[in-house]
Design a protein around this ligand. Structure first.
Ligand code: COA
Length: 254
């Protein structure tokens, strides 16, 4: 099973469990995660959602084989269901990140409340490198969190950066050794789970409420462009180059 769901002590844990593909996320995995968020919203015994991964990498982002099939970016597409759930989750979300966090592996963190990173964490948003554009409202959230130039460097060049830089940018709370990151995130999640759920919901909603509509609109706007760019020759060249283990050649495109 590529996604594992576990409930204990008020914490619903979603584990990315496709280590042989560095936890690249397929449409089926987005759907399972979206459904888990929906369950978490309905189930009063769930106080907090914890996102983590098995195998030493958080996620290599969207599955590039899926991208080659030019999946729908309609409102009901699994990825958009997932983004809607994570961006509107009323309960606190805690993430534990180790190793690679590529593309949505990084942008999903912008929607989490507490993010704990291992010193091995490596973040990147190589959308432009793939002939694509930012998603998950990262074009809105990252400049707000990190400042425009820092966001532009990460979103335009797409190069990987480490946990220290992510913490300085403002979307990582704390960095610990790789062996300690899951335990820390779980301990923090359990602390939240013991607090009054209604106070947590109200506090989160007060912090996030004013931006909610803008975020939803930006996710939809980005998805419209992203869907078209997936079938453009630049992206096809980038995906093929990845699987052929070579550098893409964009020189023939205007
Ligand atoms: N989609 C599909 N398969 C992927 C994948 C992805 N996003 N990322 C990695 N894989 C697969 C590789 O094809 C490889 O499969 P194989 O063993 O059958 O050849 C396996 O996972 C291991 O990947 P590999 O590249 O050998 O691992 P690495 O440790 O050298 O590098 C990454 C790890 C994550 C840095 C690298 O795999 C990578 O850059 N992946 C693509 C990330 C990406 O562009 N995501 C989309 C963002 S929008």
């Amino acid at each position: 099973m590529d996604i594992l769901i576990e409930r204990a002590d008020g914490v619903l844990t979603i584990t990315l469990n496709r280590p042989d593909k560095k936890n690249a996320i397929t449409a089926a995995m987005y759907q399972e995660m979206a459904d888990a968020f929906f369950e978490a919203e309905k189930d009063a015994s769930v106080r907090v959602v914890l996102l983590r991964a098995n195998g030493g990498s958080f996620s290599a982002g969207n599955d590039l084989e899926d991208f080659m099939k030019a999946p729908s970016m309609d409102r009901d597409a699994p990825v958009l269901q997932f983004l809607r759930r994570i961006s509107t989750a009323p309960k606190p979300l805690v993430a534990a990140v180790a190793g690679a966090a590529v593309g949505v592996g990084t942008t999903m963190l912008l929607h989490c409340d507490l993010v704990y990173a291992a010193s091995t964490a490596k973040f990147s948003m190589p959308f432009v490198q793939l002939g694509l554009c930012p998603e998950a409202a990262s074009s809105l959230l990252l400049p707000r969190i990190a400042g425009y130039q820092r966001a532009a460097e990460k979103l335009l060049l797409g190069e990987a950066f480490d946990a220290n830089e992510a913490m300085n940018m403002g979307f990582v709370n704390r960095i610990v050794d790789a062996e300690a990151v899951d335990a820390l995130a779980l301990a923090q999640a359990k602390k939240l789970a013991a607090l009054p759920a209604s106070s947590l919901r109200m506090s989160k909603s007060l912090m996030k409420g004013a931006d909610a509509r803008e975020i939803a609109e930006r996710i939809a706007e980005e998805a419209g462009h992203f869907g078209k760019m997936l079938t453009a020759p630049e992206a096809r060249e980038a995906f093929q180059a990845f699987f052929e283990k070579r550098k893409p050649d964009f020189s023939r495109f205007e």
